[in-house]
Ligand binder design. Sequence first.
Ligand code: SF4
Length: 536
Amino acid sequence: MSNSVFSLEKRLFTPANLADNAIPLIYAFPNEYSVGITSLGYQVVWALLSQRPDIDVSRLFTDVREPLPTQAELIGFSLSWELDYVNVLNLLEDQQVPLRAGDRSDDQPLVFGGGPVLTANPEPFAAFFDVILLGDGETLLDDFLDAYQQVRENSRRHQLKALAQVPGVYIPALYEVTYISDDGPLAAISPIDSDVPAVVQKQTYRGNVLSASTVVTEKAAWENIFMVEVVRSCPEMCRFCLASYLTLPFRSASIEASLIPAIERGLEQTRRLGLLGASITQHPEFEALLDYISQPQYDDVRLSMSSVRTNTVTPQLAKTLVSHGAKSITIAIESGSQKVRDIVNKKLDTNEITAAAQQAKAGGLKSLKLYGMAGVPGEEQEDLSETANLLIRLKKQVPGLRLTLGCSTFVPKGHTPFQWYGVNRQAEKRLKFLQKQLRSQGIDFRPESYSWSVIQALISRGDRRLASLLELTRGYGDTLGSYRRAFKDLKGQLPPLDFYVHDQWPTDRVLPWEHLAGPLPKATLIKHLTEAQQVM
Ligand code: SF4
């Protein structure tokens, strides 16, 4: 692909005229252009940077780049997939920037990062970043850049200390982590100076105007899509769910002030619309939004939406989707077992799942995708049988509707009540069981790779000692075997893989992200954990 991809972009914002002495900044997405430009977060931050007269931004992807400054002052990364860290390191090397923040000198760029992976748990990557932005970018990015302007001419050390005062700006080098032993749990995390905040609070944007695409292009992974964020976070609080717990409170975009103006702007450029959010059908005026999209002038618009809450699948929703080109709808059920759904706080009963399938079919949809999970804490073998039976029953109850069960393995995520649990070693066997039961009945079963879940868990519960391991696996490849090999190489210098991935951690253990505060205090997470355990 050549750089002409940039000329195919239809931009929906006006860049600022650059001031003299604007800061040369490289804004990188550590994957290919088609992936990066489909990330709403990346698009929005790029537009924010471009609209500041004091920032001269150039974009960098793994396959294409805009003309880059000879001497960047800032290099930013948006990290939305864990394994893209390999590309972060490759791109830094390509820019001749030392991989570890501690090896960078005053005349080298400050490397900052943000996005879902770093907000969830930045610690495995802490050594590679000078600055990590925690939380919603809306105000945080400007606060960070304004603060940087004030110290632009100062030494790196002075800059970092000043930036650490900005809420949500995390400077890993200003915190010392100690361990009970080299291969044991953490002992403490403390700021290295009294003027560095002991805890960094993740920032939450509370406005009712949410994000929308700032660019539309045929080269995006979802060709020519215009995306609007309908809601942020999810009020359901399933006990494993990062998309809910880490981004609370639930916020919805104002129809009048946010959604309609954005959709009108976007649909001047394209006829493909994506509604985004963890639980879009929970928008308090979702029906009004559907009515708006159902107007005749939008008849030719192709509509896609992320998964919807099971008990909100109505014939109106199905019909609207069908008339805009959709053939299927996705619902997350987590499990066919009521007990498991109660454990995870999924407020859903089996009748509602059947009703959703019936409504989907009645509205004209051809297929229903269900999401489930194996290895949830407290799950037993018979719960898997219940999941298989539910699907088999649904196939009979709603004939003609194609059913797919996508199934992942439970992975513990920081800032959720299930962060203390490990990955269940039985999960792989349980996925195979479901596969055998369902495929023999003609039900499409799509398991997520168990090995990938293990790597995800390693990163989601990892600490700073993983930096050396990640540097090694970069050379070894991204298979689970490579990670095991790297653990062997570093034996004695960090805990074994099982410690991070499979062990259940006591709730009084110092967590690697103990100094990074999410929306809820630890005591609340423990309370929710206890409630779940009472149903186990
Ligand atoms: S309903 Fe979905 S998005 Fe909401 S908390 Fe549960 S799993 Fe997360």
